[in-house]
Structures are given as structure tokens and as C-alpha cells.
Ligand binder design. Sequence first.
Ligand code: SF4
Ligand code: SF4
Length: 444
Amino acid sequence: MASILSTAEQTAVRDRKGPALPGALDPAFLTCVHCGLCSSACPTYLELGSEADSPRGRIHLMRAVVEGRLEWTPEAVGHIDLCLECRACETACPSGVNYHHLLEQARVELEGKGLRPARTRRLLAWMRDRLFPYRSRLEWAFMPLRLLRAVERLVPQVARLLPAFLRDLAGFVPRLPPAFRWRRLPEENPAQGTERLRVGLLAGCVQSVVYGPVNEATVRVLQRNGCTVAVPRAQGCCGALHQHTGAREKAKAFARRNLDAFEAAGVDVVVANAAGCGSTLKEYGELLADDPAYAGRAAAFAAKVKDVSELLAELPLEAPEGRIQARVAYHDACHLAHGQGVREQPRRVLASIPGIELVDLPEGEVCCGSAGIYNLTEPAMSRRLQQRKVAHVAGSGARIVATGNPGCMMQLEQGARRAGLELQVRHPVELLDEAYRAGEKRTS
Ligand code: SF4
Ligand code: SF4
């Protein structure tokens, strides 16, 4: 169906930055021609089949509130918060509706006016504001789960006596390689051979605390490909969780901190190996557009951000010599595929590894139900989507699933365990690093 706007107007609306003018209808609403082509891409619509839980339904609802035809009832708030902000609808939309921009504005209102249910407000206040941005607190929070994992591995008969919910919770935590030792990454990691680029790595909150091996592998792979990797100590949380749940001012504070830290490190490129973080870093220009001290710097910073697979595909990367003989399913993380348009590059990285048979999953671009802390705020829908994704992985016959986001990795890890599926969940750079190391052993 054709848009009601001219091509020039559509482009202007699509590229529009910043909040709506007071009293004016955000032009992003006008690009929606209500065709419904986005519905079949929407995970909540696929599961529930209800218009109110489709992108088009949510746009109707938000517009009705903005135009004063509807109040924020608990039901209306529920439909908005059941959205995963996966942005699959943006990929499917032929009119280029900037859906996440509308959703985030609605959530700023829900947050500011305290319209969410008390349980959600408590969870957000605790998880988002007091836990996630602080590495040491996150480490303490994950300690008991890691301990549980270790008990399961070493004395499974004792672990079986523990309450089922505890064992289920521990399922989020990955099994680490036995020889892995936790450490804080050095601030400077020199390139092997001639330096081609100076790269800054966003270590990430969950990535640092839960997936230390992924960060270590990222640094080694980049060094091997001629990059000096700076990991500035002054960096912090990217602010994704805050931005997606309506705490925009807090997200801005994190953005300013990261800008200062990476500017001081003097890097050519800023790399993220967590899709959710990378997508947020790429939006710092928009986030800080109304801050005169940071607007220009934020736009320049955002233009330097790349997912690690994007950078490796551009370098181009040194071909690994070691083999990984396995069928590997690739799961598109929403904030990589829909948020950043990065689909081919991680597949190219994986396909460069000798022995890997790469398979795509049915419904590959449907969210796995992780979405930040959605699995805590909306556990029922999260579990349905987890089961749906794991069933596709099981059907693919793969024994490894690769994906570029820690939230998806944890969700798949737990889902496989719940389904009794023997599955390794790996980041593409981990597999590349493994292939490099296997190649070194062969030649030494
Ligand atoms: S968001 Fe896009 S695809 Fe969905 S109803 Fe509106 S115009 Fe159609
Ligand atoms: S962002 Fe995802 S869950 Fe939300 S409306 Fe769009 S497709 Fe549906």
C-alpha cells in the first residue's frame, strides 16, 4: 500500500531526530498507513494473534493517547510493555515507520508518570537502576548462580536436591571452559604485527560479568588482525536498558560518560560485541541531539561504532587454519539484524572457519524472548518465545548455536537446558578464536 506522504516527506520523517514538538503529532505516526504488513513479523502477534499486541495496534493505541482519545489504562500500559522492542516490525514495514522512536516516547511517559504495575516498577528500580550499571554488584548477583553451576558439574547428585526454581535460574549462566580464569581486561592490548587500527572495546555489563571468555576472545581476534585494543576503565553501562524502558535522562548520563572515556582513549573505531549495546551506541547522536555540549561529538562517536563482526568483515580478517567440525545454527540477535542491519557479516565470519556447516533457522528474525530484562518483567511471553526458538534450533540438527548478544546467549542457554537439549551457545568471535588457536596448535 502506498504511503500518504511524498517520498521527500517520508525521508524527512524517517530521518527525523529528537522528541515531538509540544502539541504536535509526531510525524512518525503519519508514516503508518495501517497496512498490517508488519504483523506477521511481530513475536507477540505471532503468539497471541491479537491486534492490540501487534505493531499496528500499538501505533493506534499510542496515537489515540497522544490525541487525547484514550487514557493510559492498565490494559493499554500492558500492551506497550509487552512489546519486546525487537524492531522486527521496522524491517517489515514498507513505509519506514520509526516504530522504536514512538515506543520509547510512550515509555518515557509511562516511566515519568509511574503508570506501570508496582511489580514492574520495583523490578526496574532494582535491576535497571541499582544492579546492572554496577559491575561489582552484578558480579555478586551472579556469584551464587555460578557456584550452583559448579556444584552441578562437580557433584550433580547434590545439585539435584536443590529447589527446581534455583536450578532453572542457574540455567542462565553458561558453562565456562575449565581453564578459564576471570580477570579485568588490560586497558591496552597491542596489535600483533603492524597496527592497522586503534580500536576501543565496550566491555559491556553482562558481557563482562557473565561472558568473560567472549571479551577475551574478541581482544585476541582483533589483535591477531592488526588492531590495538583499548578498553578504557572509565567506560560504563551503555544505557540500553534505560533507554528502552523510558529512563531517557539516565541513558543520556551513561552516553556522556562513554563519550568522554572513548574520546580520551583516542580510538579510530569503537567496537561492541553485544548487539544491544552496539545498537544503543550507534544511537548516541540521536540521544544527545538536544545537548549543545555533546550533540556534535555524539554524532561523530556514533559514526565510529561497529559490531565486531562488521569490523572483521571489513578488515578483512585473516583466514583461520584450524577446523571446527560442526553444524552451526546462526541466530540473528534483534538489535544486530533489525537494530543495526548487520546480518551478512557474522555469517561471513562463521563461514570462514573450515569445517563449519552453517545453517539458518526457520523464523530466524523472530526474537528469542530475551530483550534486556523482559524475561523478568514479562516471564510468560518470554518463555513462549524461548520455547519457539529452541524448537527451531533443535529441528536444525545443530549442536552449536552462534549469536552476537549476551541476552540471547543466556536465553538460549536456559531454553536448551529446559528442553533437555545438548547445545553449545557461542559467540561468533569465540568460534573464530577457537579456530585460530587450533590452527596454531597444528603448526607448532
Ligand atoms: S507500521 Fe508499517 S507495516 Fe505496520 S501497519 Fe504501519 S505502515 Fe504498515
Ligand atoms: S518491536 Fe517487536 S514486539 Fe514490538 S511491535 Fe515491533 S515486532 Fe512487535
